[in-house]
Design a binder for this molecule. Sequence first.
Ligand code: ZN
Length: 161
Amino acid sequence: MLIEQDKVVLIHYTLTDEAGKVLDSSSGGDPLAYLHGQGNIISGLESALNGKQAGDKLSVRVEPADGYGVRDDALVQQVPRRQFGGADLQPGMQFHAQTSKGHARVVTVTRISGDMVTVDGNHPLAGEVLNFDVEVAEVRDATQEELEHGHVHGPGGHHHG
Ligand code: ZN
């Protein structure tokens, strides 16, 4: 079965940055399961998997624009420490914030200086070239429920409580 729109795809992958450092990997765990063509994974990887089948191995180089986006300096902001409600702040901590448009965004604390905290709303991998080594583990039809939800259920996918 070939990977095409609305197939459930299970992949093993290792993600490395340009220096060869491993950023993420499914090695030793369940493969990642996603619904093809639904934007569940970054677009550069999804398009490279189009037409592949179980057993195929591929190396994919994804530019930032097709990955987690280019860095946007406007997303780096200084906010008063009191806005964090007395949390014991450390660089690297992440919070959910609302943008002025009401969208949820994860921000990362990058610097604490006196009463001011610098937060960065860029994805931690924004601006990075991503190198994926991928092996397609399985391709199957989606269930009706998976299509309605727009994501995969079961191992490697979503679990509803
Ligand atoms: Zn669901």
